[in-house]
Ligand binder design. Structure first.
Ligand SMILES: Nc1ncnc2c1ncn2[C@@H]1O[C@H](COP(=O)(O)OP(=O)(O)OP(=O)(O)O)[C@@H](O)[C@H]1O
Length: 260
């Protein structure tokens, strides 16, 4: 379980995260919603070690993980997906998966001098694993395509695939649906549900598309002005007065988004 206790992240005098407290239950797919600027991405970045907190505490299964570096959290199975780095865009989708740190034992000097056969065996195993991941995500036909040339939605699937190359326990997904067509969004939603059901992944999902949130997330946590306003099913959240006010406060466009 991830427990976030009274977390603050200030940028100068601006309190982007302002006393956020929440729990992420193991095995859940938790949705994180809230009007633009509510602090959702900043909260993600602080939990995932991308930004240091101003104050507050984050624990994972009782262990204090506040402010740990992303690679340390990565080895503990806590991952935040990132866009495919520019320098990997000319590599194939399969190679992108094979490059995930931690998936291979590493090119140490010892391996290079004495372990050529081992490296070759390992590379074959990694390629097979990458192909299995691509098949799971129903994008096996893209194995040899350059990562930079696949569609936005397919890139999102590839980002999800990178978490499958290591033993991810908890995965933070930021706006998976942004710019993705409905069919691919459904494929992404199905992959998340299957990873949760079949491989015991815990997910925390930031997304503005309420249909998507409603289809895959329970519970849903709503943030506004840097802290948690409400938690419950999407239906409960939509009926919550404070939530409606928070969305109304940011204009009719956002109000429509929560369907209030
Ligand atoms: N590095 C930064 N420096 C200064 N202010 C920042 C920084 N990062 C974020 N902010 C501000 O903090 C607030 C929260 O931003 P954040 O991106 O966390 O919100 P969000 O809920 O993810 O919004 P959205 O749904 O629009 O992506 C915003 O007002 C933003 O301008």
């Amino acid at each position: 379980m991830i427990v976030v206790d009274d977390l603050h992240k200030h940028f100068g005098g601006f309190h982007a995260v302002d006393g956020a407290s929440l729990r992420i239950e193991p095995g859940s797919i938790t949705g994180l919603i809230g009007p633009n600027g509510a602090g959702k991405t900043t909260l993600f970045n602080v939990i995932a070690g991308v930004l240091p907190p101003t104050s507050g505490r984050v624990t994972m299964d009782g262990e204090d993980i506040t402010g740990l570096a992303p690679h340390t959290l990565f080895h503990k199975g806590l991952l935040r997906t990132f866009q495919i780095a520019h320098e990997f865009s000319s590599m194939s989708c399969r190679e992108n998966l094979m490059m995930v740190p931690g998936a291979q034992s590493g090119e140490t000097l010892w391996n290079t001098w004495f372990g050529r056969k081992r490296i070759a065996d390992e590379e074959r195993a990694l390629a097979a694993k990458a192909d299995e991941v691509l098949e799971f995500l129903t994008i096996e036909h893209l194995a040899d395509h350059k990562a930079g040339q696949v569609s936005g939605g397919q890139k999102k699937l590839l980002e999800l695939g990178r978490t499958m190359m290591v033993d991810a326990k908890i995965v933070f997904l930021d706006e998976v649906g942004a710019g993705v067509n409905r069919t691919l969004l459904n494929t992404i939603g199905d992959a998340i549900l299957r990873l949760n059901a079949e491989r015991n992944y815990t997910f925390v999902v930031i997304e503005h598309d309420m249909d998507f949130i409603g289809k895959i997330c329970d519970p849903v946590i709503c943030m506004a002005e840097g802290h948690v306003l409400a938690e419950g099913t999407l239906a409960e959240i939509k009926a919550n007065e404070q939530v409606i006010e928070a969305y109304l406060g940011t204009g009719l466009k956002n109000k429509d988004k929560v369907g209030a």
